[in-house]
Ligand binder design. Structure first.
Ligand SMILES: [Zn+2]
Ligand SMILES: [Zn+2]
Ligand SMILES: [Zn+2]
Length: 119
């Protein structure tokens, strides 16, 4: 049921967004239950953290397994996968650090929202 609610949400959402959607279908399901379901779906790889909004993680369904990043529309929350802008550069310029992991999220307006905003 919670997985169905995920499909009903367009683009990226927070746990609170998902809880609101779930509660509209099944009142009485608590936020803790939603968090547990999110953890299960993250373990299964069907849900990924694609960014952040204020202090909440933004989640989205993503079935890509290759290394990539996400572009999140700040207006409609649509998400698209983008290639890694760092490519194979594992050593950061400057102090000679070896970069072992990184997280990049790009935020902006999608084409549809730009057209709507006239930008
Ligand atoms: Zn993705
Ligand atoms: Zn948009
Ligand atoms: Zn990358």
């Amino acid at each position: 049921m919670i997985a169905e609610s995920v499909l009903a949400l367009p683009g990226a959402f927070t746990a609170e967004d998902l809880h609101r959607e779930v509660a509209s279908r099944a009142p009485g399901i608590g936020l803790a239950t939603v968090y547990r379901a999110i953890a299960v779906m993250q373990d299964a790889g069907t849900l990924t953290v694609v960014g952040h909004r204020e202090n909440s993680a933004l989640l989205a369904a993503c079935d890509r397994s290759d290394h990539h990043h996400h572009l999140v529309c700040t207006s409609c929350a649509s998400v698209v996968g983008v290639e890694c802008p760092l490519g194979d550069r594992a050593v950061a310029a400057g102090g000679g650090h070896l970069v072992t992991r990184h997280e990049i999220t790009l935020y902006g307006l999608c084409a549809a929202c730009r057209a709507r905003a006239g930008r």
